[in-house]
Design a protein around this ligand. Structure first.
Ligand code: NAD
Length: 475
């Protein structure tokens, strides 16, 4: 763990294993932090806050520029750590490291653009001035599916704003977090500005963040249930929260779309990270007139996807994170089949050629999916493409919006009017129109409804870490 500028073990001396999900092998033992370690880290962050927040934006941004340069230098190393610990193919891991590094660069620049305001008063002898100031010490909790970029997406804007931070990474990917914090250390961040507490049991660290009044802001990426619990508890001390939670993305292929192009897009975005992405399509609506060519192209692409170790260059499908994840995916698939869905590809755990040592599920296509099936409502977080045929475009928006989630959505159309109607009518924070990758450090990422609160990335991302202070001056 990295607390107050030093690498330390847990006070209890306890450790837990980090496991390679492709082979089941233990990679390393990691400190199992608890509430005591969290308290020390919060103390360090609170002590560092006055000095860090008093640095000029130009000084703070130098650290972020430096961290960005080091991260790009260490690209291969970071990607290899991620592939071993998280399982995604090496090329996808490299892409994630670059995406993660982008946040450091973007917020190194945004740090210098935290503008205030002057406001005209109705009184001649009065002046109004609005200042933006850092909220204080931040508690951050990150997931395992994007184990490096989810860290920089929080740390970079927090530091740029002048906050100090304590981060608890997911228990499945502590080594990825350690590798990122080694970069922060090498970038020369002053002691206590960034702190890392690894833990096998997350709740005591979450509790420490919630109960310690010095933590003024909680930022969380993970499941909707945990996010709601944190938001409820954070209300006790009225801490600021931002939450990036689950999703259930509709992927709409209109009658006027090119079905082959759309199937190619779906094959890329659906099976990215083995479907373990909050923006992964979970309901694929395809117009009945073009569904056969769509399914034909998709099936061809899916049957060519090889599963295995992410270090094998020909592999597209890495392992799922755990046995529980495998079971959840299979339960959804079997439920859909039992209720009348047609299994076109996959639909089973992969065990041949040594894959039984890891958590592999065959890339799966289901057609004839209906609203009574679990997969129609519950996030899958796995490599399953559930296809729904539709005829009536008038029902499309109501169908697509019929979910408690509101993170990402996708539309394929060649008609400008349809593109605008759906862009404006979809209740989702992100809409990709003929675009399967509508994400960037420069753009606001986040969800509506039960997919979360606040935005990460873009000019919006730094707002989450700033207070607004009004000054009234009588002169
Ligand atoms: P999770 O909620 O179980 O875990 C996420 C993080 O929360 C981990 O660090 C975990 O240790 C921690 N955590 C769990 N219980 C906690 C508690 N009681 N107190 C404090 N911390 C706790 O989620 P997961 O299964 O690891 O991740 C998958 C979920 O994350 C999916 O629902 C996915 O959609 C979502 N996700 C969202 C985004 C986004 O940007 N919206 C990005 C990635 C993942």
């Amino acid at each position: 763990m990295f607390i107050n500028g030093k690498w330390v073990n847990a006070e209890s001396g306890r450790t837990f294993p980090s496991v390679n999900p492709a082979s089941g092998d233990i990679i390393a033992q990691v400190p199992a932090g608890d509430a005591n370690d969290a308290a020390k880290a919060i103390e360090a962050a609170a002590d560092a806050f006055p000095h860090w927040s008093a640095q000029t934006a130009y000084q703070r941004s130098q650290f972020l520029y430096q961290a960005h340069a080091l991260m790009m230098e260490k690209l291969d190393h970071l990607a290899a750590v991620m592939t071993e610990e998280q399982g995604k193919p090496l090329q996808a891991a490299r892409n994630e490291v670059k995406y993660g590094a982008d946040f450091l660069l973007w917020y190194a620049e945004e740090a210098k653009r935290i503008y205030g305001q002057t406001i005209p008063s109705s009184r001649a002898d009065q002046r109004f001035m609005v200042l933006r100031q850092p909220v204080g010490v931040v508690g951050a909790i990150t997931p395992w599916n994007y184990p490096i970029s989810m860290i920089t997406r929080k740390v970079a804007p927090a530091l740029a704003a002048g906050c100090t931070i304590v981060l608890k990474p997911a228990e499945a990917t502590p080594l990825c977090a350690k590798a990122v914090f080694e970069i922060f250390e090498a970038a020369g961040m002053p002691a206590g500005v960034v702190n890392l507490v690894t833990a096998q049991v997350p709740a005591p660290i979450g509790d420490a963040f919630l109960k310690d009044p010095r933590i003024r802001k909680l930022t969380f990426t993970g499941s909707t249930d945990v996010g709601k619990m944190l938001a409820r508890e954070a209300a006790v001390q009225m801490k600021r929260v931002s939450l990036e939670l689950g999703g259930h993305a509709p992927f709409i292929v209109c009658r006027d779309a090119d079905p082959v192009h759309a199937a190619k897009g779906l094959a890329l975005v659906k099976f990215l990270n083995t479907g373990q992405a909050c923006i992964s399509p979970n309901r694929i609506y395809v117009h009945a007139d073009i569904i056969d060519s769509f399914i034909g192209e998709l099936t061809q692409r899916v049957s060519a996807m090889k599963a295995g170790s992410g270090f094998d260059k020909s592999v597209r499908i890495g392992p799922l994170v755990s046995d529980a994840a495998l079971e959840k995916v299979d339960r959804q698939v079997q439920d859909a089949i039992a209720k009348g869905a047609r299994l076109i590809a996959g639909g089973r755990r992969l065990t041949e050629n040594g894959l039984d040592r890891g958590f592999f599920y065959a890339p799966t296509i289901l057609s004839g999916v209906t609203p009574d099936m679990t997969i129609y409502r519950e996030e899958t977080f796995g490599p399953v493409a559930p296809i729904i045929s539709y005829n009536d475009a008038d029902d499309l928006l109501a169908m697509a919006n019929d979910t408690r989630y509101g993170l990402a959505s996708y539309v394929y159309t060649s008609d400008l009017k349809t593109a605008f109607t759906l862009f404006e009518g979809l209740h989702f924070g992100i809409v990709g129109i003929n675009d399967i990758n509508p994400t960037s450090a420069a753009a606001p990422f986040g969800g509506m409804k039960e997919s979360g609160l606040g935005r990460e990335g873009g000019i919006e991302g730094i707002e989450e870490y700033l207070e607004t202070k009004l000054g009234g001056f009588s002169i």
